[in-house]
Structure formats: C-alpha cells, structure tokens
Design a protein around this ligand. Structure first.
Ligand SMILES: Nc1ncnc2c1ncn2[C@@H]1O[C@H](COP(=O)(O)OP(=O)(O)O)[C@@H](O)[C@H]1O
Ligand SMILES: Nc1ccn([C@@H]2O[C@H](COP(=O)(O)OP(=O)(O)O)[C@@H](O)[C@H]2O)c(=O)n1
Length: 233
C-alpha cells in the first residue's frame, strides 16, 4: 500500500517513441492541476550538451562530469513548457531526430542514468506530478500510485512522427521515420540499465486506433479512481 503524498499521487507514463506520452501527459496534468515532467527532455539536454562538448557516447568519465555540472529546469511559457540547460533555452534544438538517436545512446550509460534519477526523484517526491519516460514505473518511482504503459504499432507511431516532421519542413520519408522509431525502440528495450519495459502493475493502453481524447479519458478515470481511494489504495 502506498499513501497519497503531500501534493497528490505520482502518475508514471512510460512507453516507446510516438505512443502519445508527451501529449497525454500535458493534457492529463491540465485536467488534474498537476505538474508534468518530461524526463526524455532531460536526457535530450544531456545528449545535446555532450555533442557540443565532443564527448564520445561511451566516455563515462566525461559524461559523469558533464552531468555534475548540468542543471536542467523546466519553465512554463503559456500553454507550453521550455527546457533550460544551465539557463539556456534548448527546447527546439533537442527535438531533432538526430538528437533523439544520440539521446538513446547516451541514456544507456550508467552515470547519465544515475545523475538524472536523482534529479527526477527530487522533482517528483511530493506527488501531484506526472512523469513520462521509459523507466518511471520500473525504476524512478516503482511505488507510483498510478502507472500507464502507452503503446501503439510501430507503423502508427512512425506515421505520427512523420507528420510532425513534415509539418516542420523536414524532408524525411515515412519509411525512414518508421525505421528510426524502430531502431530507437530496440536500443531502449535492449539496454542493460533501466530498459524500456512495462511495469507489472502498469495499466497498458494501446493507442493505435484510439484518439487522444479517448486515451485521456481512460487515464483520467484511472487516476480519479485512485484518488477516490485516498490512502486506502
Ligand atoms: N492517440 C493518438 N492518436 C493520434 N495521434 C496521436 C495520438 N497520440 C499522440 N498523437 C500524435 O502523435 C505525435 C507523437 O505524440 P507524442 O505525445 O509526442 O508521443 P511520445 O511523447 O510518446 O513520443 C504527436 O503529434 C501527437 O499529436
Ligand atoms: N525516462 C527516460 C526518458 C527518455 N529516455 C531516452 O531518451 C530518448 C528520448 O526520449 P523522448 O521521450 O524525448 O522521446 P520521444 O518519445 O519523444 O520520441 C529515448 O529514446 C530514451 O532513449 C530514457 O532512457 N529514459
């Protein structure tokens, strides 16, 4: 049994790329009046800074040093949220597919995971928070009161990403985008430290043929049900 915390429950949303985690996390947070933490953005910020510093993806000593000197924060900007790395707004720069793949390699390294794990636990401990990522329900907050594992077919997730990239003027093809999504999932599932996997007690949601509103409604109902149980849950 886990007690409801100072500011409410902890909601963990994990799943592969393009499953809808970021979209649903933001909407669910608005509905519940919770804060949301995009842990992928934190890993992306580390990857961007490591690229700028010319650090090899397997240079654990330099990665550890980088993380020690890196402060990642989120600031609200109207309806959206900006990501700051040591005070610099890197929100746009971290969102490329290239940084996504580099992030997948960097985030497999133990010192990077350890550094961000400490930050994420500190950010979420009081509850009233939704964290989205790959290992929230399994490693960061295995005692989260509500856990979701959001997925969709690789083709549908690739299609969603492709539409996003096309809207930004990126010339990547649908086939390339699906292939990259599959490659990243494989890396994330196959790594030694904190691999992407469904927690035993997570509620699985396959969003392949569900609208965002439909997924939101399933999630909101599950959280409200848990809140109604209070400390008895
Ligand atoms: N259930 C859904 N149906 C259709 N499109 C969706 C759905 N969920 C998310 N999307 C769209 O797919 C894209 C990727 O969603 P996102 O929330 O960024 O996924 P993730 O954070 O898991 O990578 C976004 O453009 C989003 O609007
Ligand atoms: N909790 C997390 C979140 C992200 N990540 C890594 O960071 C990468 C980018 O995560 P993201 O959530 O921004 O990616 P998308 O789902 O938005 O494509 C993932 O492919 C993972 O390798 C992780 O290892 N653990």
């Amino acid at each position: 049994m886990s007690a409801v915390r100072e500011n409410g429950v902890i909601v963990a949303i994990d799943g592969p790329s393009g499953a809808g985690k970021s979209s649903l996390t933001k909407l669910l947070a608005q509905r519940l009046g919770y804060i949301h933490i995009d842990t992928g953005a934190m890993f992306r910020a580390v990857a961007l800074m490591s690229k700028r510093a010319g650090i090899a993806t397997d240079d654990d000593a330099r990665l550890a040093e980088l993380c020690r000197g890196l402060d990642v924060t989120f600031v609200r900007d109207g309806a959206s949220c900006r990501v700051l790395a040591n005070g610099e707004d890197v929100s746009t720069e971290i969102r490329t597919e290239e940084i996504g793949l580099l992030t997948s390699a960097i985030s497999a390294r133990k010192p990077v995971r350890e550094a961000l794990l400490t930050m994420q636990r500190a950010m979420g401990a009081k509850g009233g928070v939704i964290l989205e990522g790959r290992d929230i329900g399994t490693v960061v907050f295995p005692d989260a009161e509500v856990k979701f594992f959001l997925s969709a077919s690789a083709e549908e997730r690739g299609r969603r990403r492709y539409l996003e990239l096309a809207a930004r003027g990126d010339s990547a093809t649908l086939e390339e985008t699906i292939a990259k999504v599959i490659q990243r999932d494989k890396q994330d599932e196959g790594r030694e430290h904190a691999p992407l996997k469904q927690a035993d007690d997570a509620l699985p949601i396959d969003s392949t043929s569900l609208s965002i509103e439909e997924v939101l409604s399933v999630m909101e109902n599950a959280v409200r049900e848990r809140l109604a149980q209070g400390d008895k849950g």
